[in-house]
Every structure is written in C-alpha cells, then in structure tokens.
Design a protein around this ligand. Structure first.
Ligand SMILES: N[C@@H](CCC(=O)N[C@@H](CS)C(=O)NCC(=O)O)C(=O)O
Length: 234
C-alpha cells in the first residue's frame, strides 16, 4: 500500500513532520501535490464524510487523516516509530502535540494578528511577539525537551528507540535554527542533549539521504519557519 501525503508543494511546513517519518521508515509514499499542484490539494479537502480542515492530510486507502499529530499517531506503530505499549504511544503523542504548540508559536511570530494578511502588514506586532518567543518561549520548550531526554537516559524522547517525536524535534530545531539563528544558538547551548539528539537524527542513514535529496525543499519565507533578521532577538 502506497501512502498518499497531501501538502503544499513548495514549503516544508507541517508536511515535513510526516515526510520525515515516511522517509526514515523507507515507506512507499507519494507527495501528491508535488505532481498535481495546490489547486488539487485544496479540492481534496472538500470531498468525503470526514474532510480534513487543512493540509497536511494523509490518505491510506479509504482512510483520510488530517492534523499532523494525528497522522503521526496513526503512522507511528505502522512504521515502527512508536513504542508498542499504550502508555508509551500516548507519551509520544503528548510530546508531538507539545511540539505542535511550539510550531504554532513560531508561526505566530510572523503572523501574530491575522493569518490572511502578509507579514509586512503586521511587522510591529510581529516584533513584539518574536521578542517574547525568542527570549522566553524557545528556552522554555527546549528546557522541557532537555529534561525529558536527560531523564530517559537513552538519548531519545520516548523510550529506548527512535520515535517520530525525535524526528519532529529534529525538524523543529532545524526550523528554529533557520528562522532565529541567534536565539536558537543560545537556547541550544543550554540544552546539549537536545542538540545531540538533533545531530543524531541528521546522521541516520535514511534521513541523511533524504536531506541530501531534491525531495527535501529548502526553508523559505513562505513556510512556517521564516528568517526575518529583525525578529531574531538581541
Ligand atoms: N493543527 C494543524 C494545522 C494545519 C495547518 O494550519 N495547515 C496550514 C499549512 S501548515 C494550512 O494550510 N492552513 C490553511 C488554513 O488554516 O486555512 C496541523 O498540525 O496539521
């Protein structure tokens, strides 16, 4: 069975969290909108009894799943990227949802007022939002991840083996390094276990091959993690 990932074709965005899991597992998948375009992506949201609200959505046969964390909750056991016990699967899901909160806050630094308007139309509010994000929120989230990794004593976030939450933590670190290099560098200096986890994920053979391939899009200023130097703290 080939999985169908439906996501915007020109950005990493939230689709990247799903791509990384599929790539690490070597699972067969098609990144559909890269072939059919954004119009078809949106049309795909309109049909069926359980339409997703927004991309990314995953199709597996008749099943359509929206929400990044729900997609990964579904894929995790199937791709051997989640613990086998229920408590472990729920914990991995909890970590993923917390990473999703961080991603949403990163997004809101460039769109603090209105998602339908451009960054340039809300730069003053963006500056205020990014100041708190870079000074307080990145360190707070990173500190929580650091605590988990350190307490687990395995180098991973959810048990003895790599899970999709580790892949997502890598992606968040990469995205924040791109968007806020100075603030993220400072936060990572205080969270060495998280920095090590990110490096370990980048070195996984399937992930390294993916990152070097043309399937991996570059970060850009249409995505979630955008580099506007003026937002990168002092
Ligand atoms: N909570 C959802 C958020 C989905 C989302 O906001 N998708 C964005 C792209 S990353 C989108 O296309 N949104 C369109 C919209 O909200 O109208 C998730 O984690 O998947």
């Amino acid at each position: 069975m080939t999985y169908e990932l439906h996501y915007w074709p020109t950005i990493q965005g939230r689709g990247e969290f799903v791509r990384l899991a599929l790539e690490q597992a070597g699972a067969p998948y098609v990144d559909v909108a890269r072939k059919t375009g954004a119009k078809a992506l949106m049309a795909g949201l309109r049909g069926g009894p359980r339409p997703a609200f927004a991309p990314p959505y995953l199709k597996d046969g008749d099943l359509v799943i929206g929400q990044t964390a729900a997609i990964l909750f579904y894929l995790g056991p199937r791709l051997a990227l989640a613990p086998q016990d229920e408590a472990g699967r729920l914990w991995t899901h909890q970590v993923q949802l917390t990473l999703a909160d961080l991603v949403a806050e990163a997004h809101d630094t460039h769109h603090p007022v209105d998602v339908s308007k451009t960054y340039e139309e809300q730069t003053i509010e963006a500056g205020r939002r990014a100041a708190g994000f870079t000074a307080d929120r990145i360190p707070k989230y990173f500190g929580w991840l650091e605590t988990i990794i350190t307490r687990g004593e395995t180098g991973w976030l959810a048990g003895p083996r790599l899970t999709y939450a580790d892949l997502s933590a890598f992606q968040v670190v990469e995205g924040l390094r791109y968007a806020f290099p100075r603030a993220t560098g400072r936060a990572l200096a205080a969270t060495p276990a998280l920095a090590t986890l990110a490096s370990e994920v980048a070195r996984l053979p399937n992930i390294a091959a993916y990152l070097a391939s043309d399937r991996r899009l570059a970060f850009n200023e249409d995505g979630i993690f955008r580099h506007y130097p003026e937002l990168d703290g002092d």
